[in-house]
Unconditional design. Structure first.
Length: 97
């Protein structure tokens, strides 16, 4: 595991315990776990989207269509999950109607 032995891991754990305390460590772990889960979810959605683009390209055969850039696909998905941005989009939709 990255060349870290049990002694180094124990020292890191003690330092984390001293810095954050016993109450904050589970909260930090939960936050990191949620972030990893969300990253895997987005990665899976993007890879499924690439499969759809390949199928569309095979249908058109003569035309070459490049799939949208990774940044563009993430930029479409992530802002909608942020509470402030989501609320602003809802207000914008109401104003358009």
């Amino acid at each position: 595991m990255f060349g870290l032995g049990p002694t180094e891991l124990i020292i890191i754990a003690i330092i984390l315990f001293l810095l954050f305390g016993a109450k904050r460590i589970p909260e930090i772990g939960k936050g990191i776990g949620g972030a990893i889960k969300e990253f895997k979810k987005v990665k899976k959605e993007i890879s499924l989207g690439e499969d759809d683009n390949v199928k569309e390209n095979k249908k058109t055969q003569g035309e070459k269509q490049e799939p949208p850039a990774l940044e563009a696909r993430i930029a479409d998905k992530i802002p909608g999950q942020i509470p402030g941005v989501k609320k602003a989009e809802e207000i914008k939709k109401k104003q358009i109607r």
